[in-house]
Design a protein around this ligand. Sequence first.
Ligand SMILES: *Cc1c(COP(=O)(O)O)cnc(C)c1O
Length: 321
Amino acid sequence: MLPRLHFAHLPTPIEALPRLSAELKGPQIWVKRDDQTGLAFGGNKTRKLEFLIADAQAGGAETLITAGAVQSNHCRQTAAAANRFGFACILVLAGEKPANPSGNYFLDQFLGAEIVWAGGSGREQILEQTFESALEDGKKPYLIPYGGSNEKGAAAYAFAMQEMLDQKADLDWIVFPSSSGGTQAGLVVGGQMFGYQGRILGISVDKPAPDLQESVAMLAGETARTLGESSKFLPDEILVNDNYLGAGYGVMGEPEAEALNLFAQQEGLLLDPVYTGRAAAGLIDLIRSGFFTADQNVLFWHTGGTPALFAHPYLERILAG
Ligand SMILES: *Cc1c(COP(=O)(O)O)cnc(C)c1O
């Protein structure tokens, strides 16, 4: 058994989205509310942190170190988990310090994380340096990878698949944003372990499909081994759609703005500008192009990220419609 703590609010609900389904004249759309996992505005990283924090505790660590974008949901949830379990927290954030704190970056500061700015130089290298100096200073650091996506973090989504199957077993498709790949790898492993019959489609947020398929397949294999399974996964078996990369990571365009507004107006459901907005834009486009049929059940897995709604310049962009 993998060591695990229990602090996420689970199971997260599954809800029907009848008004959105009618508006789009497509399949029955459902949503799995992992935006409601309970830790400082929640999100998919909370599930992963149940395993990662348990591992940090088991190794006697005292400081959590991780990295991400300025509006990283992963960094915000890591900072909150650090406080909850008595760790210090250092976040290596990409780029330069913004003039005004907002969204997740405001919350990182509010939660008291120490922030290291990577500037224009290699974030990976700054992360290594930060880890080395914390080690030398006796801070007992524990390194959490980008997005919490190693075999321990991804294992959380194998169990999330089991949780979902207990709630609703007759789904044809699961659609969600995929970036560092831990969520998708876990769902794929869980799908095999617990007998999911439908398909799992990651909408790539920032990577060409072949790259993401390869890294998800590799991580799924490692995750399966960690869980005592001997399965192998081929990149071709990992379903990724990279048609919605737009102008790149974190750049909110017309399709994301339309998706956010549609979900908010039809269902009162809040998406985020970077991840779920992009995946929902993909879902909407796939419905309009007839990829899903009207008799199918499609689950949109809401992975969180809503604090970025309150970040500049997203909030101005969303109101512009
Ligand atoms: C991190 C994140 C994702 C991507 O999950 P991965 O496991 O990194 O692929 C999707 N949505 C939100 C809101 C996230 O914060």
